[in-house]
Design a protein. Sequence first.
Length: 114
Amino acid sequence: QVQLVESGGGLVQAGGSLRLSCAASGNIFKFNHMAWYRQAPGKQRELVASITISGNTNYADSVKGRFSISRVNAESTMYLQMNNLKPEDTAVYYCNKLANFVSWGQGTQVTVSS
């Protein structure tokens, strides 16, 4: 059973930065395109950023130019660097495969104050 563990969230003022980490058991990173998702209160979970096995990236329009996704396959770790954070970025952030999800982790809370 693959286990995903997100960390790095916290409370930050608007304009600030956070770096999220995703650690996974097994070889999930080696064989899969991966992504970061977020879910704000009362809203559906949405795709924030994705990264292919070869390192090609894609971003939601709302975070383009502010967030950066990266991965270190050998360490089974993925990151999301978030800069110039806005209150609307407040959500629980999750990592998972880009498709055919495995069990979701607990997520990490990001709260951006205005």
